[in-house]
Ligand binder design. Structure first.
Ligand code: HEC
Length: 256
């Protein structure tokens, strides 16, 4: 087989695998739809948000976070709507959850694991302080953000893993239509502004990075570690898509 033909065969194979996988995940049964409508009225993750509020109070509330981040408390909500950000005292582009860990450490407490449910709850509450605020991530704010965005963009479109898929194979612009269903185009559906979200299929609160890891596993890719430079870069890229679509922060989301 010549290499061009081989490439074509491989490409059509990986695309059909992608669509198959995506179809399996995406088709919402009637029962799912009914549950979605019901939970929209009363998102079970509101309980996580409340738990997060209690934890945050113990950490000193908005005043402590604003002080830690060296921002005016009155501008804190707007600042939160711009994560992931380069935080100079942390020397990195970081997610809001990593800032909360640093705040815990600064107060002599043990930090929560990024994968723990308490951390997801805390993150959901603190991000919800920016509800209704327009997402304002600035991927050109400084060199560090530019580098992170470029890495996120590359990782999003780079084929990885044995199935030969990239994020873009399924989540492509302007939205792939599969058996009459539209696969999630992340900018249009405000992915950057709606996680942490309650996932009905898992009956639990899930962060954007955890959700992305599930897709990586499904796509045959080694999942990137939570909070890694690469994972944060993907979050930067995905959040910027939501900003380009003029979305606001809406926490907690509700997802299948
Ligand atoms: C094989 C196809 C496929 C690939 C490849 C894929 N995804 Fe997904 N992804 C899906 C489907 C399908 C959903 C929606 C599932 C649903 O609605 O239940 C989804 C949902 C998501 C969501 C939640 C979107 C929202 O707001 O509800 C995120 C975040 C996500 N994917 C991240 C990624 C990332 C990051 C990559 C690349 C590392 C990736 N996905 C690769 C199929 C894929």
């Amino acid at each position: 087989m010549n290499s061009l033909l081989l490439k074509k065969v491989l490409l059509s194979f990986s695309l059909s695998t992608a669509l198959l996988l995506a179809g399996e995940q995406f088709s919402m049964s009637e029962a799912d739809k009914a549950m979605y409508e019901e939970l929209k009225e009363n998102n079970p993750a509101d309980m996580n948000v409340e738990e997060g509020m209690e934890i945050f109070e113990e950490l000193g509330d908005e005043a402590a976070l604003a002080n830690f981040l060296e921002v005016d408390e009155k501008k804190l909500a707007e600042y939160i709507a711009g994560f992931p950000r380069y935080v100079k005292k942390m020397g990195n582009v970081v997610g809001l959850d990593q800032v909360l860990q640093a705040l815990q450490v600064a107060q002599g407490q043990k930090k929560y694991d990024l994968s723990s449910e308490v951390m997801s709850s805390l993150l959901a509450y603190v991000k919800s302080l920016a509800n209704e605020v327009a997402i304002n991530i600035d991927v050109k704010a400084n060199k560090e953000m530019e580098i992170s965005f470029a890495l996120g963009e590359k990782l999003y479109s780079e084929v990885r893993g044995y199935r030969g898929l990239s994020c873009n194979s399924c989540h492509s612009l302007p939205g792939t239509i599969l058996r009459t269903q539209i696969l999630p185009e992340m900018g249009a559906q405000n992915t950057g502004g709606t996680w942490p979200a309650y996932r009905m299929t898992l009956s639990t609160l899930v962060t954007l990075q955890e959700r992305s890891r599930t897709c990586m596993r499904d796509a045959g890719q080694a999942p990137l570690p939570l909070g890694s430079k690469e994972m944060v870069a993907l979050e930067v890229y995905i959040t910027n898509l939501a900003k380009n679509n003029k979305h606001k922060v809406e926490i907690p989301g509700l997802k299948r």
